[in-house]
Design a protein around this ligand. Sequence first.
Ligand code: LLP
Length: 423
Amino acid sequence: MDHFQLLNGIMHCEDVPLPTIAAAVGTPVYVYSTATMRRHARIFREALADLADPLIAYAVKANPNAAVLATLAREGLGADVVSGGEYQRAIAAGIAPSRIVFSGVGKTAAEMALALEGGLYQFNLESLAEAEMLSDVATALGKVAPVGFRINPDVDANTHAKITTGAAHNKFGVPIAEALAAYEQARALSGLAIQAVTVHIGSQLTDLAPLRRAFEKVGALIGELRAAGHDIQVADLGGGLGVPYDPALPVPPLPAAYGKMVAEVTRDWGVRLVFEPGRLIVANAGVLLTEVIRVKPGALDPFVIVDAAMNDLMRPSLYDAWHGIEAVAPKGANMVANVVGPVCESGDTFATGRPIDQVEAGDLLVFRTAGAYGATMASTYNSRPLTPEVVVDGDKWAVVRERRSIEAMMREEKMPEWLRASA
Ligand code: LLP
């Protein structure tokens, strides 16, 4: 459920009509609903109510906007970060260091030092070489780093190839068959305190079976590690639960079903569980609001050219992702259209041959389910400024990232001395 609904024929975000935001801020613009973010954080927490003190570490990569992080921090969520930048954002948003997990396959010594100095709950290590570097960095700072290894369980997560992470050929984690050896070798690293096993097999998962298989492997490994004398107190089960994008497809498993499965599988583990949901919390809390520039005839269907493009929302061009497209003021008639942006690539296509509300130049549309991996993956390709972001809370709304001017973008570039003289 989300809080983007028609009220008197006009789509609102909570109590705010979207045309009000478009008129004040311009388009394209991302609009986020506080009520939906809160609702999803609570639903996930309730789904895990049978577990003892779980740590829900929101995957900052899904949407790192400061206002989004502050909203989720107030809901008691921690943060899963994968860069120094995300760590700094989480701290700035008021997330306690004791609720921050540092993941990622290529942490640098500088990022390790930043998090060690500021404090964190745990580093999720992806290789022995990384463990050695972290131990050295921690020792030099006079600290001991709390860690777990991310294992690669070699399960097929049954999702898009570009967002599957737990298959043997993926770059992530320590192969499960080598995990015990990695823990044995890491035991000798005096800068580390081994406390955890971690796993994350992919994103937009629409089936619990691969997650269950991966978790069962983690459970077996915890047993082996304890038998070898490792004091495992934490298991981080990652994120990955899918959300509904296309209403024509079966609804992904609900958080309650996920929570029940987790409770069953982990019943005897005797650990604190950590979760890293991203998409589930914010995807349906956001839309990308855009205006139709013009409608151009096409060989098959007309092209609806909107002022958002692949640089603003990359998911369709990158993963062939499906996003719902709805008119902000539907007229009760439909058309079949190709919905495209103005960028000079044929891949700048949001939908092909899609039945949508009838629109013409000047009408507003939304791309739905754009709160996760939307604004954060945007680029300035074709010299298009990064899309601004707005947060709504009831009848209040605020711009939480401004649209940068092209002048500001140009000022960031410096002319080398030899090109400064006039031609
Ligand atoms: N934890 C780790 C270690 C991750 O790599 C990810 C996502 C998450 C948690 C959060 O996963 P979620 O609950 O959001 O599925 N840009 C892609 C998704 C990439 C996901 C990368 N890792 C997309 O737009 O579909």
